[in-house]
Design a protein. Structure first.
Length: 426
């Protein structure tokens, strides 16, 4: 009796699962990260007795914008599609009589009946469709309960000091790798996976990454009060710091917003004092500060209840005790020594003696020979004008002057008079 029941169950189950299915999911809200796909079964549908976790070959799966579809068979991912549109599942292991060749479908169905019979009439597999929300998950608030270290660097005054700041705002993240997200977080869920299951963990890890991210931003020369204007740089820095925790789960920071960032009052006072000290180290700035202070003192002296004379007397005593006047500071700034102008360098002309010594004077200090007279220039056969014994262009030696000359009548001569016309040598 049991074998008969198993055979009937296997046959009716294969026939029920032979219909082509249509899978879809409702719109994914901001709280839903992963949801199991639903098979459409209407009031007029005859496909009401098929197995819940069986996908027939030739089934159609709808994929919307901002979604990624994944097919899992027996716990292993076999298909992934993130392109919006209609996905045709045509490599399924569950045959359909209404897709492909009818004869092949019948033979595959009979084979599938035998497979189900050995499992008591039920299918020996589990197939599921999951939809991942790949839209930007916004509205994640954060705030630092404890001050976070921030390095303040100002190369203009040589400032490099660590302070503590507080900040708050919102950030958003995205599922950028559904495969990793399924493997690390949402694998084998029953119906849906929501953001409240991981938000607390993500926020804690984000706040931990704030400190090294602030260090990266400060190295770029960004002041802590200007960080809200560099949210793109902050998001990039956070993604680099969260590589080991968020990236391995397939998550990335999409945007990072900051409402405000404040430092402790004592840190702000420290920075102001250091900046003021650096400014007053310049005589001209110190002179201006002294002049302004003197003007304030004069106004205070004039308003002294004991009389203006008493107030001005106090100013005179202060100056007599060693206070520097503004005029002296301005004079000091104007009398800063100027860098002396460098004298032009004139290279001495040199010559090489026959003994090999290099000289700059008129006589050789080694052998006493005088500097040779400059050689007359000569023109080589290649056209180069030279003064040495060899042409630097072709290497030919300078021709030897044997006293030959050409007369105006065209005759070649060696004497003082032309032997043809008697004209004297020019």
């Amino acid at each position: 009796m049991g074998l008969l029941k198993a055979g009937i169950g296997a046959a009716t189950g294969v026939l029920a699962d032979s219909w082509r299915d249509f899978f879809y999911c409702d719109s994914l809200d901001a709280n839903t990260l992963v949801v199991k796909g639903r098979r459409r079964v209407g009031d007029r549908s005859s496909n009401v007795s098929g197995e819940a976790n069986i996908i027939s070959n030739g089934s159609v799966i709808a994929v919307n914008e901002g979604q990624c579809m994944m097919i899992v068979e027996n716990g292993a991912v076999i298909e992934v599609c993130a392109e919006p549109g209609e996905f045709l599942y045509d490599e399924g292991t569950e045959p359909s009589l209404f897709y492909g060749d009818m004869k092949e479908g019948i033979m595959a169905s009979l084979e599938q009946i035998g497979q189900r019979f050995i499992f008591g009439g039920s299918p020996g597999k589990d197939q599921r469709v999951y939809y991942f929300n790949t839209k930007e998950i916004i509205g994640n608030k954060y705030g630092t309960q404890q001050p976070v270290p921030f390095r303040v660097v100002d190369p203009n005054i040589g400032l490099d000091v660590d302070i503590a700041v507080r900040c708050n705002g919102e950030y958003s993240y995205k599922i950028v790798n559904p495969m990793l997200f399924y493997k690390e977080l949402s694998g084998n869920i029953g119906d849906r996976f929501t953001r409240d299951q991981i938000d607390s963990q993500l926020k804690s890890e984000l706040l931990t990454a704030l400190q090294p991210a602030f260090a990266r931003i400060s190295e770029m020369g960004v002041r802590y009060s200007s960080v809200p204007g560099h949210t793109k740089e902050m998001a990039a820095a956070l993604n680099e710091e969260l590589t080991n925790s968020w990236a391995r789960r397939g998550i990335a920071v999409a945007a990072f917003g900051m409402n405000s960032i404040t430092a402790r009052p004592e840190d702000e006072e420290l920075i102001k004092n250091l900046q003021q000290a650096a400014v007053l180290s310049r005589p001209d700035m110190a002179g201006g500060f002294t002049a302004a202070a003197a003007g304030d003192a004069m106004r205070a002296a004039a308003a002294n209840d004991a009389g203006a004379a008493v107030g001005f007397m106090g100013m005179g005593m202060a100056n007599a005790m060693g206070g520097s006047s503004a005029a002296s500071m301005f004079a000091q700034a104007q009398q800063a020594p100027a860098a002396p102008a460098a004298e032009p360098f004139v290279a001495a002309a040199g010559w090489t003696c026959e003994c090999g010594a290099q000289n700059t004077g008129k006589f050789c200090p080694e052998c006493g020979k005088p500097q040779p007279a400059p050689a007359e220039s000569w023109t080589c056969a290649c056209g180069s004008v030279n003064a040495g014994k060899f042409c630097p262009e072709c290497g030919k030696p300078r021709p030897v002057d044997d006293g030959a000359w050409t007369c105006s009548c065209g005759a070649q001569n060696t004497g003082k008079f032309c032997q043809e016309c008697g004209t004297p040598r020019p």
